[in-house]
Design a protein around this ligand. Structure first.
Ligand code: AMP
Length: 375
């Protein structure tokens, strides 16, 4: 029987995939450099090694029937080679290669006629000044690789900010993106399975603080027409992508009702965590189904509204989760703690979801629960 899933990456996403995959009867092995990683704690076995470690990836491949990843930093070249030898790797290693370079990702979307903010590759101060002239100020200077949670971005308000931006992103390949004056950030989880079926979840609103997802509202409190438009756009993106699995599509909604794609995450995503409690099938279960040849489950919400809040570290040191029992006493609130042994300022340590009859009810419960928890 083919029932062994291998995951490159052992953070919270791997952990939540592993929990749902194990419910379906799969065994789960993972690679992560930190011993006793969040996913390692629930997986059958953890290989302690870097995500890009060739030997470790080959070792994981040997004990896996299906290989997937929870992190874009995985070694795309080796995954591609293993796929060519016949290992089931999803999403496709080729897609991972394109998506992990944010400039290539933008070019790929633009070529497929999918709306994105104007962008241009920059290799020198001169290029950046030229981009500023073309797009106007403010604009974003962005790192092409290894940028997540806003860590690879610098907002350039005037010419004077360019030096500071270059310093922040020193040594990295860069591109410039026109500033989008969005009124809301929204996101859609989409997926494809091995039978080429495509699914999408309801549109959610995402609210960021310091470039990190802070709070999520499902469904997004926006016009029905725009919801449909965003969902169709996400499905259109999915049609362009190869391979099976769940993808997070982050978007900007403008005052004029335009929807632009900000970023594709080739994996389960923070903007789909609410689906564990709020939908008939969670994004994590769908991912396990997608990559192993199973049919998809329903993406419908089983409650009228849900709000998710990330539980972020507020200091550096050993994690001491507190207040979880009190938060869980609030009807409709579920807390997830990822088992990270060390906390850091703004590190994602857990999340909570509150479900309710209305967005207002869910929001009030989620905020109440958040106040009770310290980490
Ligand atoms: P990113 O890591 O590139 O997704 O960017 C992190 C956050 O920066 C986004 O969630 C937005 O809030 C903001 N941002 C990124 N790109 C733009 C843009 N072109 N215009 C305005 N805000 C942006």
């Amino acid at each position: 029987m083919k029932n062994r899933i291998g995951i490159v990456g052992g953070g919270q996403l791997g952990r939540l995939i592993a929990i749902d995959a194990k419910k379906l009867g799969f065994t789960v092995n993972i690679i992560d450099p930190t011993p006793n990683s969040p996913a390692g704690q629930v997986a059958d076995h953890q290989i302690v090694a870097d995500y890009t470690d060739e030997k470790a990836i080959r070792e994981l491949a040997k004990i896996s029937d299906y290989l997937t990843f929870e992190i874009e930093l995985a070694n795309a070249e080796i995954l591609d080679e293993l796929a060519k030898k016949g290992l089931q790797i999803n999403p496709s290693a080729q897609m991972l290669g394109i998506i992990k370079d944010k400039l290539e990702q933008k070019k790929f979307l633009d070529k497929a006629n999918i709306p994105v903010a104007d962008f241009v590759e920059v290799n020198s101060m001169e290029d950046i000044l030229k981009a500023g002239k073309k797009f106007g100020y403010p604009f974003l200077l962005k790192a092409r690789f290894g940028a997540y949670d806003g860590r690879g971005n610098a907002l350039i308000k005037t010419e004077k900010d360019i030096d500071k931006g270059l310093k922040k992103l020193q040594g990295r390949k860069l591109y410039v993106e026109k500033f989008v004056p969005f009124i809301k950030e929204i996101a859609v989880m989409v997926g494809r399975n091995l039978k080429d079926e495509i699914i999408s979840y309801p549109v959610v609103e995402t609210i960021h603080k310091n470039n990190i997802l802070h709070l999520l509202i499902a469904p997004a409190p926006i016009d029905k027409k725009i919801q449909t438009k965003a969902q169709h756009l996400a499905e259109k993106v999915m049609q362009q992508l190869k391979g099976a699995g769940m993808f997070g599509i982050e978007m900007f909604l403008t005052k004029t009702g335009d929807v632009l794609i900000n970023e594709i995450a080739p994996r389960v995503h923070n903007s789909g965590h609410y689906t564990i409690e709020a939908n008939e099938t969670s994004q994590f279960e769908q991912h396990a189904r997608a990559i192993t040849g199973m049919p998809f489950g329903s993406t419908k919400m089983k409650v009228p509204a849900a709000v998710m809040i990330n539980i972020l570290g507020e200091r550096d040191g050993p994690a001491k989760p507190q207040g979880i029992a009190e938060a869980e006493k609030i009807p409709g609130v579920t807390v997830h703690i990822y088992g990270k042994l060390q906390t850091r300022v703004d590190r994602k340590m857990g999340h909570l979801t509150a479900v309710g009859e209305t967005v207002e009810e869910a929001l009030s419960k989620a905020k109440k629960a958040q106040k009770l928890i310290t980490i």
